[in-house]
Each structure stands twice: as structure tokens, then as C-alpha cells.
Design a protein. Structure first.
Lengths: 259, 331
């Protein structure tokens, strides 16, 4: 069992304000981990630090055993940002956006090879957008755009996927499509860290949840769904909820993970 | 027609063509990064470079390239450290550059008139060596732009994501800035420093009305830019008007003439955007359309077809009709 993510006493300070504080998390190969928390709890900030977009103010992060500052094997990492601005500015096609996902494996000045084209096509097929490759991204629906972001990351064939709220503003059909894609990847051995507001269609995939509150890790253990009473409009079934084991500062022991 | 075949016109046309090709290529990235005015900022900084050249008796063009690159790096530095937003960074350099240039020119004992050829372009007096330099610099810009297109596109389109694929966003941002600086120096002789930015931006605005993709936008902008440059120089030869201003006005006319058509194309594309699928949509009681349909909706039936989740809605008399079994539902 290899350690894929190792976060040790990590803190992130943005503009002088501590957002993430003293977080310890490890994720092993093949695990599917949901990172939950209210708005402003620091979950997005934590995953951005995890993929190297924010510097740490304290502690350290290792990916695949390598310090983030020295990390070079970017093709092993796949980040899916929340609500990217891909559809703004100069028009771009779905294929162009997804092609950017291959750059972790391509060298500068070397033209696109056959394997790149195959990876792009397969990534689009995986999110069910193969017929859209030459469409302008801004003419797609929000859910389809989120699937484009997903395909872009898949095109790089990463071992670790880090997704930031893939469900935000996305229709149920697309949510389900994304969850199905992740299911396939998990079966193939991928490691997944996904920031979620609620488990929703991901509930069956998640093996472990982390919960942040005010920048601190307050829960790490078997899946819980923060059953929000304000989702009466939903008609899917929340699974019978495990009582939320929210004991601040107490963490379930790492048992090496089962995967 | 003979006038077009005179040596100075041939040189002018060649210089115009390479400017028209390279300026929009770099401009496409500037528009994507919302730095449309960057070319203007660099142009103003170039005034200091030209003045330095005049003051020291060296080549104004060479000094313009050097100072433009320094200015571009400064803009990028100010922007990326977040000390000032992009447009404030540009404004600081605008005024510093042009004021510094005017001061240096007066120190050199030349009147401000010495700057005129650089501010407004002087393409018909371009020397063979200056033309060769323009062609060379434009070639550098185009080769760099096209060989690194995937990387430059990724960083301009989604900088954060690009960084997680191992690309150095700083390197590619600086590269675009340097390419913009070189382009400004190339275009200085053609349209002049004050109008340089127009040739970087207007063709992109024209092309993106019709294109779906980034590369196509770029190629379209290059075609539009080249066409405007060549037309402008030719017109100025016959009508005795300043070439720089004519080139920019032709480019603007191109945009203005295609604008109505662009509106139609944009409108049509927007009309085809899928309707959003609401959560819980499938729980709706479905409303059957009352009126009997005399024809079947389908591809090419004449009613606008819009995607809606897993099916197609047809816009029919202001209603959204979706086939359901043997009848149509109101969606």
C-alpha cells in the first residue's frame, strides 16, 4: 500500500488570514476520499494547496512520496477545478480544452502524437461528449462544461484525481455521468480526493470522508453524509444516516486503509 | 498600378504583410488574458526606447525592442505579484513611457518631430535593412507562437489548471509579453506606436465573431490583419493618406461590416444552447400538447431544435415541444 498524499500539519494563509490550520491527512493508493465542510471551511483551499496552487504557511505536503516543491511527475496528478473560466474570452472548442490535459505528458515543441489524439477521444467518450469535440465550449450547458473539465483531466491519464466540487451548479444527469466515470476509474485503481457539499450521486463510491470546519480537520473516518435539511426538493434517497461523529480534534486512527 | 511595383512600395507591402500576420497572432493571447491594452502600454514604453536610440545615436528600432521587452517584463511582474491589477500596471507604464520618451528626445536636442515617424508609422520610407529586420522579428514571433501554441493556450485559458500539469505559468506569461514587445517593435514602422495595439486586437475581435475554436480565431485574425494591412497601404498609395491610420481604419471597417453578420451567427448559436435540466425534472407531471401536430418534429423540420437533457425540444410557436411516445409534451 503506497502513500499517495501525505499532508502533515499543513496550514495555508491567504492575505494574512489563516484559512487552513494544522491539517494531517494521508490518502493511500486506491482510496476514494470525500472532503466535506460548509462554505468557507477551507476545503477548496486545502485541495488547491494539495495540487501546488497555494503555498503552505506551515507543515508540508508530499505527493507520491515527493515533496510538493520538488514534485515533477505532474502526469500522475489530475486536478479538476471548480467552475473554471474556460468558456470566457476567445472562443475555444471542446477538443482544444481537453487537449490541454495532455500537456502533462507532452514535451514543448513536439507536435501532438497519435496517442494524444486517442487519449483525448477516450476522455471525451468517458464523459459522453464525444460528439461535441468541435463545439464551442461556451455553447454547452453548465453540466456539460463540468464534464469537459473532467475530460481534460482524464486525457492526462492521472493516477490521483483531485476534484473540487464537481457537482456545483451541475444538473443531475451530468452529476451521475461524472460519478459513473469516477466509478470506472476507481475500479481501475485510481486514487480520488473529491471536495463535496453533500455526497449525492457519489455516495456509493466514497470509502472515507474528511470534514473540515473553520480550516481544521474535525472528522476522518467512514462515510457520513451531511444530510442537509434544506434539500427537500431532491427526491433521491439519502442513505440511513450514520450519526455524525463530530468530535472536534478527535480523528479516527488511520488503519492503513482498505481498498 | 505601377506605383505598387516601385521598390519602396514593395518594401512597404512586405513590412505591412508581416505586421498584419504577427500582430493578431500575439493579440489573440492578449485578448484571452484580458490584456487587450497591453500592446498600447508597450507601445508607449517604446517611445522611451526610440528616444534613447536617438539620444545615444544608436538604432532606435533596436533600443525600442530592448526597452519594450523590459517594459513587458515589468508589466508582467507588477501584474503577477498582485500589487496592482493588470490595467493599473499598464497605466503606470503608459505615462512613464511616453513622458520619459518626450523628455529624452528634448534632451537629445531633436524636436518632438523626430519621434513622428515612430509614433504614426512611416512605412513608405522603410529601408531594405529595416524591412528585413521586420520580417526576421515577425518570423521569430510566429515560430514561437505556433510551436508553443498548446502550452501558451493552456496557460492563457486556465492558468491554475495549466500549473497542475507542470507548466510554468510564469514562463509562458513572460514569453507572451516578450512576443508582444517584439511585435510592437515590428509594427512601429507600419502603423506607429500609437496605433500598434489596434492591429493586435481589432482583427481578433473580427475573427472571434465567427469562430468556434482558439486556433481558428487566431488564423482568422491573422488573415484579417494581413488583408487590412495590405489594403491600407495600397489605399494610402493612391489616396495620399497616412498608411498607419488607413490600415487601422480598414481593420475597423472590416469589423464594422462583419458585425451584423456576427450578431446573426452569435444569436443562432445562443439559440442552440441546451436548456438547463432542473434537478427533479423527471418528477414533473407531464403536460401533453393539446393541439394535434400536422407534422412530425425531427432534424430539418424547420423548427429550431434545442437540446434538453437526454432529448430534443422543438421550439414551436413559443412553446417547447418534446416527443414522448406517440405525442408531444410541453416542456
Amino acid at each position: 500500500m503506497s502513500r499517495v498524499v501525505e499532508i502533515t500539519r499543513a496550514g495555508v494563509t491567504l492575505g494574512g488570514r489563516p484559512i487552513v490550520r494544522d491539517v494531517d491527512v494521508t490518502v493511500d493508493s486506491g482510496e476514494v476520499v470525500a472532503l466535506l465542510g460548509a462554505n468557507g471551511s477551507g476545503k477548496s483551499t486545502l485541495v488547491k494547496a494539495m495540487v501546488g496552487l497555494y503555498p503552505l504557511s506551515t507543515g508540508r505536503i508530499r505527493l507520491f512520496g515527493e515533496e510538493l516543491s520538488r514534485f515533477q511527475e505532474w502526469h500522475r496528478l489530475g486536478y479538476v477545478p471548480q467552475r473554471s473560466a474556460i468558456a470566457t474570452g476567445v472562443p475555444s472548442t471542446v477538443a482544444e480544452i481537453v487537449g490541454a490535459g495532455r500537456l502533462s505528458r507532452r514535451k514543448p515543441f513536439v507536435p501532438m502524437r497519435r496517442e494524444d489524439r486517442i487519449a483525448i477521444r477516450e476522455a471525451l467518450e468517458a464523459v459522453d461528449l464525444a460528439d461535441r469535440s468541435h463545439h464551442q465550449v461556451s455553447t454547452l450547458s453548465g453540466g456539460q462544461q463540468q464534464r469537459v473539465l473532467m475530460a481534460r483531466t482524464l486525457a492526462g491519464r492521472p493516477e490521483l484525481l483531485v476534484l473540487d466540487e464537481p457537482n456545483a451548479g451541475v444538473d443531475l444527469e451530468s452529476q451521475q455521468a461524472i460519478a459513473n466515470t469516477l466509478g470506472t476509474l476507481t475500479a481501475a485503481g485510481a486514487t480520488i480526493v473529491v471536495v463535496l457539499h453533500e455526497l449525492g450521486p457519489f455516495a456509493d463510491l466514497i470509502q472515507r470522508t474528511l470534514m473540515l470546519r473553520e480550516g481544521r480537520l474535525v472528522y476522518d473516518g467512514p462515510p457520513i453524509d451531511p444530510a442537509h435539511p434544506d434539500h427537500a426538493g431532491h427526491h433521491h434517497h439519502h442513505r440511513p444516516t450514520t450519526p455524525p461523529l463530530l468530535r472536534p480534534g478527535v480523528r479516527a486512527p488511520f488503519d492503513g486503509g482498505q481498498s | 498600378m505601377d506605383i505598387l511595383l516601385t521598390p519602396f512600395m514593395i518594401r512597404a507591402l512586405i513590412a505591412a504583410a508581416v505586421t498584419g500576420l504577427s500582430a493578431p497572432a500575439v493579440g489573440t493571447f492578449l485578448v484571452q488574458r484580458r490584456l487587450s491594452l497591453m500592446g498600447d502600454g508597450i507601445g508607449h514604453v517604446c517611445v522611451t526606447g526610440v528616444a534613447l536610440g536617438l539620444l545615444t545615436g544608436t538604432s532606435p528600432t533596436f533600443m525600442a525592442v530592448v526597452v519594450a521587452i523590459i517594459g513587458a517584463l515589468l508589466i508582467e511582474l507588477i501584474r503577477s505579484t498582485g500589487r496592482a491589477t493588470g490595467d493599473v500596471a499598464l497605466a503606470l507604464l503608459f505615462y512613464g513611457g511616453i513622458a520619459g520618451g518626450l523628455l529624452l528626445v528634448s534632451l537629445a536636442g531633436n524636436g518632438v518631430l523626430a519621434l513622428q515617424g515612430y509614433l504614426f508609422g512611416s512605412i513608405v520610407t522603410i529601408s531594405t535593412s529595416a524591412m528585413v529586420a521586420s520580417v526576421g522579428l515577425a518570423a521569430v514571433v510566429l515560430v514561437a507562437t505556433f510551436t508553443l501554441l498548446p502550452q501558451l493556450f493552456s496557460v492563457a485559458n486556465d492558468e491554475d489548471y495549466a500549473r497542475t500539469t507542470g507548466l510554468s505559468a510564469r514562463f509562458y506569461n513572460v514569453l507572451i509579453s516578450v512576443l508582444a514587445a517584439v511585435t510592437v517593435s515590428v509594427a512601429m514602422r507600419t502603423v506607429g506606436l500609437l496605433l500598434v495595439s489596434a492591429l493586435m486586437i481589432i482583427p481578433v475581435a473580427t475573427a472571434q465573431q465567427f469562430s468556434r475554436g482558439f486556433k481558428v480565431t487566431m488564423l482568422g485574425a491573422m488573415a484579417a490583419g494581413t488583408l487590412a494591412s495590405l489594403t491600407g497601404v495600397t489605399l494610402s498609395a493612391f489616396a495620399d493618406v497616412p498608411p498607419g491610420a488607413t490600415i487601422v481604419l480598414v481593420a475597423l471597417a472590416g469589423f464594422a461590416l462583419t458585425f451584423p453578420l456576427g450578431l446573426v451567427v452569435q444569436r443562432r448559436r445562443r439559440a442552440q444552447m441546451p436548456f438547463p435540466v432542473q434537478d427533479g425534472f423527471e418528477t414533473h407531471e407531464h403536460d401533453t400538447v393539446d393541439e394535434p401536430h400536422r407534422h412530425e418534429h425531427g432534424p430539418g423540420c424547420g423548427h429550431p431544435a434545442v437540446e434538453h437533457g437526454d432529448h430534443i425540444d422543438y421550439i414551436h410557436g413559443g412553446h417547447r415541444h418534446a416527443a414522448h411516445g406517440g405525442h408531444y409534451d410541453e416542456h
